[in-house]
Write a protein that binds this ligand. Structure first.
Ligand SMILES: [Zn+2]
Ligand SMILES: [Zn+2]
Length: 280
């Protein structure tokens, strides 16, 4: 359905497109996850190691894959795919976007064999948005300055990231809210502008169960945002943001129901950058 480059839906599949192995900050290896995925009845999984490098420094952040290891990582993912009949295993990256990240990321992402890339905004200035050790300081700042200022900055950066054209998927679209912060202004126009650009670029939006394990206790994106996606014909991916084996199917059924309730009957999957739709 969504546009000419996409194909007719295949059979219904169980898919998780957001998994972190020991190549970044996950606690299990690629092979361990692949075995667990087969055990739990998944048909397709994608690893999405963090790639987090601030522009102006070639030093990766502590939770990031080493950029020089991306080739080895892709080979290991392909190896896992060959080891398990009936399980497709894809190699992606969850890429942190900082102000001005474009050219550095272009160099790194342009020279590899990845199936897809997701973009994430994890940092607003000095605050990591979903790191427990920054929670207190972020809460104090939000109390003093209001959440709108931070959410506005967050959306501006996400907008810049989408416009860079470097990514296939927007990960956890509204993770800025994960400690339960609420905006007092209406950001619909800003959110829609990002989604309209994503739609023009053929990007997908992730439906993530991670928020169900965070204080906000809701999937990402919020229902309101997911309901903007559907009329724009933006495909979705599904992911649990697994960092350990038992998170491979964390709240999986809930996000399937959530996506269906917003009118989705198909999921996006990727092979070497090409999007295909499969039945949800
Ligand atoms: Zn993330
Ligand atoms: Zn993640």
């Amino acid at each position: 359905m969504f546009n000419g480059s996409q194909t007719v839906p295949e059979i219904m599949v169980k898919v998780n497109y957001h998994i972190h192995s020991t190549y970044s900050d996950g606690r299990a290896t690629i092979m361990q996850y692949a075995e667990e995925a087969v055990r739990k009845g998944f048909h397709e999984i994608a690893f999405t190691e963090h790639l987090a490098i601030r522009p102006g420094s070639m030093k990766k952040l502590y939770y990031s894959i080493d950029a020089s290891k991306i080739e080895d990582y892709v080979e290991d993912v392909k190896g896992a795919g060959r080891s398990f009949k009936g399980l497709k295993v894809k190699a992606g990256l969850e890429v942190d976007y900082f102000p001005g990240s474009g050219s550095l990321l272009k160099d790194i992402l342009g020279s590899n064999d990845l199936d897809f890339t997701m973009v994430s905004i994890h940092w607003i200035g000095e605050f990591c948005l979903d790191c427990v050790k920054y929670k207190k300081a972020f809460e104090i700042a939000v109390k003093e300055e209001g959440f709108d200022k931070f959410y506005s900055k967050y959306l501006r950066l996400l907008g810049e990231a989408v416009e860079s054209g470097l990514f296939n998927v927007i990960a956890h679209f509204d993770i800025a809210r994960n400690w339960g912060f609420k905006t007092s202004s209406d950001f619909k126009m800003d959110e829609l502008k990002i989604l309209e650009n994503a739609s023009k670029l053929g990007m997908a939006v992730e439906v993530s169960s991670k928020g169900l394990r965070n204080p906000i206790n809701e999937p990402y994106p919020a229902r309101r945002i997911l309901e903007y996606c559907s009329p724009l014909r933006i495909p979705i991916t599904l992911g649990t943001d697994a960092h350990r084996l038992n998170e491979i199917d964390a709240n999986y059924d809930s996000i399937v129901e959530y996506a269906r309730s917003a009118g989705y009957s198909e999921l996006a999957v990727f092979s070497r950058g090409k999007l295909t739709l499969v039945s949800l």
